[in-house]
Every structure is written in C-alpha cells, then in structure tokens.
Design a binder for this molecule. Sequence first.
Ligand code: UDX
Ligand code: ADP
Length: 461
Amino acid sequence: MAEKFKMKILCIGAGYVGGPTMAMIAHKCPQYKIVVVDINKEKIDAWNSDELPIYEPGLYDVVKSARGRNLFFSTDVDKWIKECSVIFVSVNTPTKTYGVGAGMAADLMYWEKTARRILECAESDKIIVEKSTLPVKTAQAMERILNSGENSRVKFEVLSNPEFLAEGTAMEDIKNPDRVLIGSMQTDSGIKARDVLCEIYSNWVDKEKILTSNIWSSELSKLVANAFLAQRISSVNSISALCEKTDANIDEITNAIGTDTRIGNKFLKASVGFGGSCFKKDILNLVYICRTYGLTEEADYWENVTKINRHQKQRFVLKMLSSMFNTLADKRICLFGFAFKADTGDTRETPALFVAKKLVEENAKVIITDPKAISNAKSDLSDYSLKIEYIVDPYEAADKSHAIAIMTEWSLYKELDYEKIFSSMEKPAFIFDGRNIVDHKKLYNIGFNVYPTGKSPLTHF
Ligand code: UDX
Ligand code: ADP
C-alpha cells in the first residue's frame, strides 16, 4: 500500500532536544511521517511506553496525540536513514574529556559516527539538519564527510537549525518560539533545502519568525545566545556577592535595572549558579574556538563567565560552613531539589551536584529530596552512595536535619509548612536559600536562621 505521507522525516538522537522537537512537528503536521531513532534501546522502549525517558511538562500529551499515527520511535537507524529525505541530527555533543581540547572543545565522536552512518546507508538525496550544538564550521566538516562517498549520485545538503528550547518550558518554546533560525549554504541547492525546512516550520510558526542566515552565522548564534544568557546570570551572581557584604538587596537591584527596557527584566535571578547541559559546554566551546583563532583576550573574557559560576557554588558551600560554626561534620543537611532547574528531572551540570559533593567532603550527612530528579541524582552520586540518603517526601527529608539548602526553585518548596519542618529539625535550624524562593522574613519569625542569596542574613544570634 502506498504511504499517505507527504514527507518522511528522521531524527537521529532521542534525547532532550530530539524527542520533544519531533513530537511537536508530528503533532502539528499529520501530513509528515516522523521517525525518531536512537542507539539506546532502553530509551526507545521508554518513548514507546507510558513512562517517557524525560520529564517535560506537556510532552506526554503531545507524544500521545501523534504516536502510532505519524510519530514513531525505533532503534533501526539504517532502515530509516534509507527511507527519509530530511534527517535531523540531534545526538549528544558533550565537552571532550580526553586528548586535545579536553575539558573545553565539543566531543564530536557521536556526531561524526552519525555522519558516517548516514553516508553508508543513504541511497537517495538527503537534507541533513544539524540540531545539536556544534562548533562553528561543523557543517562544512559534515558536508565533506558526506560528500566523500564513492556514490556521488547521492547529494547531501547540510543545514544548521539550532535549538533554543529551554527545559521545563520546552513544549511551549517549540510551539511558540521567539524565532526559528535556519542557516544554509548560499548556493541554489542550499537555498532549496532551506526552503524545505522553512515549509516544515511554517506549519505552525509565523513566517516572520523564521530567520535565515548563512550557515556559519547560524551555528555561532547558538553559542552566542547561550553565552549571553549565562553571562547575565554570572553578572547578577557577582553582584549578589557584593550585596551579601553590604546592605543592598539583589532582588531590589535586578528589579531596578530590569525596568530599563534596554536591559529587560528576564534572566536576572540570582542563584546558586547556573546548570544544565548547554551553558557551560557552549561557553567552553566558544572559548576554545576563540583560542583556536588566537583571540586570547576574547577567550579569557568568556571563560570568566564560567569561573564566576563555579565561584558562586563554592561561595554557597563556604557560607554554609562559616555560618554553621565552621563544622559540618556529622550534621544532617537536606538539599531541597537536585535538578538544575524546576520542572525537569535533568541533573546535567546541576549546582546541587557540586554542593552535595563538597558537603560530603566536609563529612556532612546529606539528604536529597526532589520530585523528579532522584533517580538521576542517585546515578550522578553513585560513588557516594553510603554518604547520601534520598527521600522523596520533603518533610521526611528535613526531619532531624540541622540545615536545609534550597537548590532548585520547585514551586512546591514555596508552599511547604515550614513551622512543621522547623519543629522537626535540630536547633539552631538553618535555611540557605540558593534560589530566593521562600519568604525569608516569615521563616526568620518561625525561628530559622535564614541565609538568602544576595541579601543580608536574618539570624537569631
Ligand atoms: C538553555 C537556554 O535557555 C536555551 O535557549 C538553550 O536552548 C539551552 O540552554 P536550559 O539549560 O534548559 O536552556 O535552561 P535555562 O532556563 O536557560 O536555565 C539554565 C540555568 O540557569 C538553570 O540552572 C537556571 O536555574 C539558571 N538561571 C536561569 C538562573 O540562575 N537565573 C536566571 O535568571 C535564569
Ligand atoms: P540533547 O540534550 O542534546 O538532546 P541527549 O544526551 O539527551 O542530548 O540525547 C542525545 C541522544 O543521542 C542520546 O539518547 C544518545 O543515545 C543518542 N545518540 C548518540 N549517538 C548516536 C548515534 N550514533 N545514533 C543514534 N543515536 C545516538
């Protein structure tokens, strides 16, 4: 039976980017057949079940609306490379841990393997869409690998289409993006391929929000967008340190500066530091690229954004240590939240991991609670399993603890009965708010010694 679909689209890599993005395309465009493949069978099985491999608000309903209709998850990478004409590549590109550029450059191993797989299996022309964040000029490398085959009858056109979704709001971000960016070669065939991708997005995105550029600008825009966002947080966090030394209040400052329309009021929240899979990786990538081109001052400038971030996490732990009489040994310290931000179970680069490890080094007894991230926390901290307890219920987790440290801005932590929590804790009871989400005055009145971020502490001593 002839297939009824107008186009067959493949996505290689069923992770945080590939899964939600393809689910939305399938949901919005029943005329296309969308297949998402991954080498990880467990992950694919989960995408085919009621327990999706990632938590993202609204994702399950979108997947359910399309799965089995025009959205399919499979491990058969080769078969679907053959069948589909548009291939999104959304495999992981972590920071390299070995060899030249270790700790800085992007590890392109998974990405290159994917390019070679495509080359080996393709029997007809393909449009390859880079979705993973990649160093500038990767598309050129991709193009070279793809066009190095014996079979020159098959033509590959490579596009860059960086993903700007943020976890926790991914579905909304994909549905109503600020912009969709598509970079292409400026050749006739490049422009033709670009138009195919524009058409896919224009099924639900306004035409004026679909920006086109040359391929290098598109690749670099993604790194720069994340570097700017991360820089904003490091800027605010550096000022939060100054506020803690003076009587200034970081929320009052960000409120004051955020009303300047040139600055804007978003992304100005002081915190225990930024986390997530993108910011640090992308900045280090940018730094590495600058160094490659001999741009030492520029590289140093951006590298400081990550240095301040590390310092902010370190400062948080030192604040706990010094305020709790310079010893944490044998004290029960409860971390409220482990995910790198609210509304996700993702713990990649989460500041809570840094804090938990440092507390264990101080011989504290660490208790971790989080509504979605406990299983990731357990695997991140598997080497520390004897020193850490995991308890889903926050009241139970805080029971008999000396201190609570708020790591993630889950709204549930704003609404807890802190009188009840206070009465179950060791005294003096401390609370360190790494996200400034609870009512500090109220907690102080209950009896807590309260240490906000970027504000004077409220203590009973
Ligand atoms: C980010 C970018 O926002 C997104 O466009 C890109 O595609 C991927 O990287 P994400 O990592 O999912 O998205 O989360 P984001 O909301 O940007 O938050 C990153 C980190 O910064 C989190 O740890 C968050 O808690 C922290 N943050 C954010 C702050 O500390 N203060 C803020 O004001 C905002
Ligand atoms: P991101 O946040 O960028 O989506 P993830 O790590 O969540 O990153 O997802 C990337 C996915 O790519 C993983 O599920 C991984 O198994 C998959 N992957 C890596 N290499 C390949 C490959 N060669 N073929 C298919 N899938 C791959």
